[in-house]
Design a protein around this ligand. Structure first.
Ligand SMILES: Nc1ncnc2c1ncn2[C@@H]1O[C@H](COP(=O)(O)OP(=O)(O)OP(=O)(O)O)[C@@H](O)[C@H]1O
Length: 202
């Protein structure tokens, strides 16, 4: 499996955000998206995930092979941590709840309602969800927000294991994860607009 993006244009709120995005990502590889606030990382990820249509270009990706995780983790507050994972495991038909609890040190919190978790604990649960999806392509928007250093390490280990198993990951992050990943600065793809006055382009 390979993720191929060709000449992709994406927009938010009716405004062009990125144009001409191209990259290829093979099994076992990760791509880290960089760029300043507002550069378009989330918009690109949402487009890859099929949450919004591209303005132009091509994405070759079997969406059935992909899982997207962003700020809203889709956690059900009234279910316990383990029940949340079981819910997703049943949905994706992947029996890996124990491994997911262990990977993110959620065992001691397994019986706690998710609504009673701290922000970082909720984020760990949202990331543990990735492990019960069995999906090959992880599309992750700022996955380490609210995580302490130890939890960032858990996440990095989970990504490494995923890649070692033939998975792919596209990750927008402002922090250094210590992964061997290709880096794409999305600011390179900022649209060039012709304007009147002394400047030719913005
Ligand atoms: N809901 C929205 N409606 C309209 N415009 C939006 C919306 N969300 C973001 N934008 C705009 O789209 C552009 C790209 O934003 P995006 O969220 O993709 O950037 P980002 O690189 O992910 O930023 P950050 O590092 O702050 O998360 C920005 O100019 C932003 O102001």
């Amino acid at each position: 499996m390979e993720l191929i993006v060709e000449d992709l244009s994406v927009a938010r709120g009716g405004m062009a955000v990125l144009e001409g995005v191209c990259f290829r990502l093979a099994c076992g590889h990760a791509l880290v998206l960089r760029g300043p606030n507002g550069a378009g990382k989330t918009t690109l990820l949402r487009t890859l995930a099929g949450l919004q249509p591209p303005r132009g270009g091509r994405i070759s990706l079997d969406r059935e092979a992909m899982v997207y995780a962003a700020h809203a983790d889709g956690i059900k507050a009234v279910l316990t941590v383990e029940e949340n994972l079981r819910f997703w495991a049943d949905l994706y038909r992947v029996d890996a709840v124990g491994a997911a609890l262990e990977a993110f040190a959620l065992g001691p919190l397994a019986d706690r309602p998710a609504g009673a978790l701290s922000a970082g604990q909720k984020r760990r649960l949202g990331l543990a969800r990735l492990l019960v999806t069995g999906r090959r392509v992880w599309v992750l928007d700022e996955p380490t927000v609210s995580l302490d250093a130890e939890a960032v390490g858990m996440f990095a280990r989970a990504v490494r294991a995923h890649l070692a198993g033939g998975g792919l990951a596209v990750i927008a992050t402002h922090i250094e994860l210590g992964l061997e990943a290709e880096v794409l600065d999305v600011a390179r793809f900022r649209p060039r607009r012709v304007v009147t006055g002394d400047e030719d382009f913005l």
